[in-house]
Design a protein around this ligand. Structure first.
Ligand SMILES: Cc1cc2nc3c(=O)[nH]c(=O)nc-3n(C[C@H](O)[C@H](O)[C@H](O)COP(=O)(O)OP(=O)(O)OC[C@H]3O[C@@H](n4cnc5c(N)ncnc54)[C@H](O)[C@@H]3O)c2cc1C
Length: 422
């Protein structure tokens, strides 16, 4: 285990939580000249970010549900913004990250084809969607037995582990593994150069373990909470009653087999409601093994089932959606995981990233991995509004505490953690 010291460095912003939200924030803030560091309790990306399907949405999902409002139109820029980063020319350098697929596909069975064709011909969809001719069909739809319609959607799928790793490698000097247990708000008077004094706040951060028998606490003058579901406990330790958070649980089936059985595929199956019945993404497991990870309606409806029950339902549903395929050689599992988001009064899914500021504490949820760039734009606006200076001196920084911390590593992916496949 490598220990690091940040002796002689001044730090004034502490980011708590190392999923995509915290990492994107760290990268943008350091590039903008803010002295920021990040604390991750476990491994980077070990909760929602690593468990995501890696889809960089451009708003189609919202268009399908009729929620493509004026405000959510910023989402349409996301595929371009991420592409600039992948090309090494964007706000965060992702030139070392990998894409799993340039496109996603949408398919429907024959009975729904007419309805869906009409919808995709509509103005809102036609620029982003291409109706494919049979000779252009990709695996596993390039089979004589497939009788539906196939559309190609201009939204990429990323290898999220490689995205997280690309950011970690560039900023590893500022990423520490430590579970923040408790935060206390302190009010202080910071002396100003012109000898006037200004009311200001500072935050004492306590960690869950004693590090090398040293007192495991430090003080930072600005906090950014990007701990996903962990934001709830952090806010309560600050005695903040707002913002409130909601969890929307998912139970994601997964199956593994040789790539000759499970080809690489990134596709949404559309049902009668025009909401994806199932969203399938393929991931690399080993030299000759692929995993299919199943999201969409099946993951939402599966909450409350046992793993065995969810696997049974997934087997049946997948076979009925893709009757031309043979899944008998596959091994199965399922992952229970919550989406953590700002609370909506009616419990519905939020469509935009949420950023809240109280004193010098900013709490943020990106809502979608794809929308992390918009979330960080909002964080930077808040820092400017609050007058947080770049390169300002921290009120007090206990370098001895940080010197005893180790660097946070990138998390394995959910299918790499499964011990017993069914
Ligand atoms: C199954 C699933 C599939 C998804 N698919 C997609 C998709 O395809 N495309 C898309 O755009 N979005 C997708 N999403 C949504 C997306 O994954 C999330 O919006 C995004 O990853 C949230 O990132 P985050 O950094 O806020 O949270 P997280 O990734 O959950 O990260 C929070 C981090 O904070 C750490 N932490 C918590 N408490 C503390 C503490 N006290 N001290 C220190 N560290 C702490 C945790 O260990 C964790 O690493 C999906 C979500 C799920 C659950």
């Amino acid at each position: 285990m490598v220990n690091k010291s940040i002796e002689n460095k001044t730090v004034d912003i502490a980011i708590i939580g190392g999923g995509i939200a915290g990492l994107w924030t760290l990268a943008r803030l350091r590039q903008a000249g803010y002295q920021a560091i990040l604390f991750e309790a476990d491994h980077l990306g070990c909760v929602q970010s690593g468990a995501s399907q890696g889809i960089i949405h451009g708003g189609t999902k919202y268009a399908l549900t009729g929620k493509l409002t004026h405000s959510s139109q910023a989402i349409q820029q996301m595929p371009h913004r991420w592409q600039d980063c992948l090309d090494g020319q964007g706000e965060v350098d992702l030139s070392q990250a990998k894409k799993l697929s340039e496109h996603q596909y949408l398919w429907s069975n024959k009975s729904l084809a007419a309805k869906i064709t009409g919808f995709f011909a509509s103005k809102v969809m036609s620029s982003r969607m291409q109706h494919l001719q049979k000779q252009d069909y990709v695996a596993p739809f390039n089979q004589a037995d497939f009788s539906g319609e196939l559309y190609q959607l201009d939204e990429p799928v990323l290898d999220i582990q490689s995205v997280i790793d690309a950011i970690r490698q560039q900023f590893s000097d500022f990423i520490f593994q430590a579970h923040v247990k408790d935060i206390t708000e302190l009010m202080v008077n910071a002396a100003q150069e012109n000898s006037e004094s200004k009311e200001s706040y500072a935050y004492q951060i306590a960690f869950s373990e004693q590090l090398n028998n040293q007192k495991s606490a430090l003080i930072a003058n600005t906090l950014i909470l990007t701990a996903g579901a962990g934001n709830e406990n952090l806010l309560s330790s600050l005695n903040f009653s707002q913002p409130k958070m909601q969890r929307r649980p998912l139970f994601m089936p997964m199956l593994k087999a040789k790539q000759s059985i499970l080809p690489k595929m990134y596709a949404h199956c559309l049902g009668a409601s025009a909401l994806p019945k199932m969203t399938i993404t393929a991931h690399h497991l080993s030299a000759d093994q692929t995993v299919w990870y199943l999201g969409g309606e099946i993951a939402e409806k599966g909450v409350g089932r046992t793993i065995k029950e969810q696997v049974q339902v997934a087997k049946k549903e997948l076979q009925s959606l893709m009757p031309w395929m043979d899944f008998s050689q596959c091994q199965w599992s399922a992952l229970a995981i919550d989406r953590a988001e700002p609370e909506m009064s009616d419990g519905s899914r939020p469509v935009e990233p949420a950023v809240f500021r109280q004193n010098q504490v900013i709490t943020a949820w990106p809502v979608k991995l794809a929308m992390a760039p918009i979330m960080v734009d909002k964080i930077i606006d808040e820092l400017e509004l609050a007058g947080i200076e770049k390169n300002s001196q921290p009120l007090l920084l206990s370098t001895s505490v940080l010197g005893a911390m180790s660097m946070a590593q990138t998390s394995p992916l959910p299918w790499e953690k499964v011990k017993n496949w069914l």
